[in-house]
Write a new protein. Structure first.
Length: 368
């Protein structure tokens, strides 16, 4: 019985040694393959001994591109070089290692080929196909502007931004692909945003954080088969929000067509309502949200107007002069959002002074 156990033990040891040797051999083989792959990364190689590089990877139609030839085995500066475009002679001469070409129209391909005759009669060849595509970018902000505002909403600190990509890629018949059938890769500050990238994801949304700095947004768009692609980089630089004042006419409402710049006259009525519009602030369409208004008349704070966007100015009887109106708005939640503005209200005892116009709505202040 003891001898039998010894025999089994020796058999198991032999099997273990064989298994270990096989495992070591497999590991060594895999390691050598991995080492070879790593050593080859980042080293431009070519079976023809010559490489072609483009000044831009994703040109737009008709963009000027520099095509550069490089060789790590031969001296191209003394070589006799022939460049062709789509098979037609473009340039020839000695040591021509770079040429300027124009990117083709959407859906078209431009084949660039080089033939270099180097020392010893050896001939090196390389070619590259150049396509084109473009991306239009729409940048929107959810910062507040008054109703029917015709201009572009300003990009303010801590706003929520929406970026929409409108790509222009075409097939070989020059028919543009439907943007909803393309794949989008969004990056912010060189980091891919995985949850907003993917098939048909044309829109990128994010809220600016508390650190005010320039943001780099990169968008890469590709077709399903990878044959066409386009890329674009934009920079987003937010700024502080601002305040614009408007005459709040009792009959016509806020006169948004003309802002109060420096001063406004009370006119013959000797009374005027002024509306302050907080452009770019994070504010709901109705109400003031988290905004706090600090009104000052001749440096005296009007505590009763802390939640009001408007102020009513009334001139004293038989007196001429002016009053300085100041306003500071700040967001209690988004602390980077604050702004201040001011104007002078001018009144006369005997003559009327034409009033200028401004924007926004504030509550009443009786007397200046």
């Amino acid at each position: 019985m003891i001898n039998t156990l010894r025999i089994h033990s020796q058999v198991f040891r032999k099997i273990d040694k064989i298994a270990v040797m096989k495992a070591l051999f497999a590991f060594t083989f895999i390691f050598l393959i991995f080492a070879f792959a790593v050593s080859a990364q980042g080293v431009p190689t070519s079976i023809q001994g010559i490489d072609l590089r483009l000044s831009t990877e994703n040109p737009v139609p008709e963009q000027q591109i520099t095509v550069t030839a490089e060789s790590y085995t031969s001296d191209l500066n003394s070589a006799s070089v022939i460049w062709t475009l789509n098979g037609l002679l473009y340039q020839k001469g000695t040591g021509i290692t770079a040429i300027q070409v124009q990117a083709p129209a959407l859906g078209k391909k431009l084949r660039v080929e080089i033939i270099a005759s180097v020392t010893g009669g050896k001939e090196l060849k390389a070619n590259i196909d150049i396509g084109s595509g473009s991306i239009d970018i729409i940048v929107e902000s959810e910062g507040y502007v008054p109703p029917f505002f015709p201009g572009k909403i300003p990009l303010s600190y801590q706003n929520t931004y929406k970026i929409i990509a409108v790509p222009h890629l075409a097939d070989s018949s020059s028919k543009e692909y439907d943007p909803r059938t393309l794949t989008y890769q969004w990056s912010k500050d060189s980091k891919v945003v995985q949850d907003q990238s993917g098939f048909s994801k044309q829109t990128f949304i994010w809220q600016d954080d508390i650190i005010p700095r320039q943001r780099m947004i990169n968008i890469r768009v590709t077709t399903g088969d990878g044959r066409a692609q386009a890329e674009k980089v934009i920079f987003i630089q937010a700024q502080g929000p601002n305040i614009i004042f408007y005459n709040n006419d009792p009959l016509y409402g806020p006169m948004y067509n003309k802002a109060i710049i420096d001063r406004i006259g009370l006119g013959t009525s000797r009374e005027l309502s002024v509306l302050a519009v907080p452009y770019g602030f994070n504010k709901p369409l109705k109400g003031i949200g988290n905004l706090l208004f600090t009104w000052l008349v001749n440096s005296m704070e009007q505590m009763n107007l802390s939640a009001s966007q408007s102020i009513v100015l009334r001139a004293p009887e038989g007196v001429s002069g002016s009053s300085n109106i100041q306003l500071q708005i700040r967001n209690n939640k988004d602390i980077l959002q604050s702004a201040q503005g001011s104007f002078s209200a001018v009144f006369s005892a005997n003559e009327s002074i034409n009033s200028a116009t401004s924007t926004n709505s504030l509550n009443n202040y009786n007397g200046i």
